[in-house]
Design a protein around this ligand. Structure first.
Ligand code: AOF
Ligand code: ZN
Length: 374
């Protein structure tokens, strides 16, 4: 029904307003409609706050009795930080509930819709389901695997270089693309890079858009050799900074800890931090998503470990040349084209003169490999 699609689109737009504010919980939007007009709207605004459905009910200009509720995610039926939304829906005598995507949270998983149906409410499921799943791909991945959703990002020239032969990389893309990068830093709970990138660029790795929040900074540093004068260390009191290391030297660790950094121990694998173990540990710490802005070595290791779900490739209309100039993915590489990591392109867009290719790492083996071993 076109009307259902129209109101679900509105609920999706509302859900999007929670970006950067609700992790590791889902982005959810809700619209309440009576006689063809919207009488109340809401979205999940902050982690631990009211769910979208309750917020929409609270905002209703008139009684919601007999109305239709559009919600992007199946209503919850459990006592969490808030009471079940199914109870509020019943208490307000809503007549029909239109749901976008089922909630994979084992506490809900179909029980929410069933409770509503059994109470005599007309329930329609799967309206704009793909879009409703897509908006919550971080939540869906995290709740099912208990490991963070990883988006790898890099910017390169049209000849595939991330720096000139002399190592200079400021700047490859222009401002509009960099604004989008900051929006994505806001969308992810953490940002990851390696010691090499910290040494080379001394980045802040913060989020510089209005109303944005800076992600937790994760620095992979196998032997704890980052300079303690690096910006990520000296500003650790303002923006949380966690080191992921194999180094157990208490003296070295104390240097970073006195600056306010956290130092997490991760097992070693082939001379580096074991990234599969790292994401498992970070998942336990409540990190649902990582924006990976590393160098070619860390990127290669992350792909090899099978921890990457999404890749954002920015291409600037420039050519650097240079046989030895850096490329986005290092490591030994594959021998035959048939061994390539396969991607599915989801979207291609322009930011000024630069192109962004948003893609997903082919599912299957990759996903199985990133699931924690039981
Ligand atoms: C949200 N916001 O709008 C909806 C959610 O701990 P709680 O009480 O906040 O419950 C979190 C769970 O509730 C979440 O994992 C999801 O399964 C369900 N629905 N959560 O944070 C919302 N509708
Ligand atoms: Zn709820």
């Amino acid at each position: 029904m076109t009307e259902d699609i129209f109101f679900m689109e509105r609920a999706l737009a509302l859900a999007e307003r929670g970006v950067g504010k609700v992790n590791p919980n889902p982005l959810v939007g809700a619209v309440i409609v009576k006689g063809g007009t919207i009488i109340g709207e809401g979205w999940h605004e902050a982690f631990g706050g009211l769910h979208a459905e309750r917020r929409a009910l609270e905002n209703c200009r008139e009684s919601a009795e007999g109305s239709t509720l559009y919600v992007t995610l199946e209503p919850c039926c459990h006592y969490g930080k808030t009471p079940p939304c199914t109870e509020a829906i019943l208490a307000h005598k809503i007549g029909r509930v239109v749901i976008g995507a089922p909630d994979p949270n084992p506490l809900v998983a179909g029980k929410g819709s069933r409770i509503l149906r059994e109470a005599g409410i007309s329930v329609t499921e799967g309206v704009l389901r793909k879009k409703c799943e897509e908006i919550n791909r971080i939540f869906f991945h995290y709740i099912q695997t208990k490991t963070p959703y990883v988006t790898m990002k890099y910017a390169m020239t049209m000849d595939g270089k991330t720096a000139t032969w002399a190592g200079h990389s400021k700047w490859i893309t222009e401002n509009p693309a960099r604004v989008r990068v900051h929006e994505d830093r806001n969308r992810h709970m953490a940002i990851m890079t390696g010691r090499g990138t910290v040494e080379a660029d001394n980045p802040m790795l913060n989020c510089r858009i209005p109303d944005g929040r800076s992600p937790i900074r994760l620095i992979c540093d196998t032997r704890l050799r980052t300079r303690d004068t690096a910006a990520v260390v000296t500003t650790a009191g303002e923006i949380p900074t966690w080191f992921l290391t194999c180094c157990k030297d208490a003296g070295k660790r104390a240097i970073y800890e006195t600056h306010g950094c956290r130092v997490l121990t991760v097992p070693e694998k082939e001379g580096h931090v074991d990234l599969r173990q790292a994401v498992r540990l970070l998942g336990e710490e409540g990190i649902d998503s990582i924006y990976l802005e590393g160098g070619s070595g860390l990127h290669a290791s992350a792909l090899e470990a099978g921890i990457v779900q999404e890749i954002h490739c920015y291409i600037a209309p420039k050519l650097f040349g240079g046989t030895d100039a850096m490329t986005p993915i290092g490591g030994p590489g594959v021998e035959f084209p048939s061994q390539a990591v396969r991607m599915r392109i989801r979207n291609v867009s322009f930011y000024g003169e630069d192109v962004l290719i948003e893609s997903r790492v082919e599912q299957g083996e990759e996903v199985k490999r990133c699931l924690p071993e039981s």
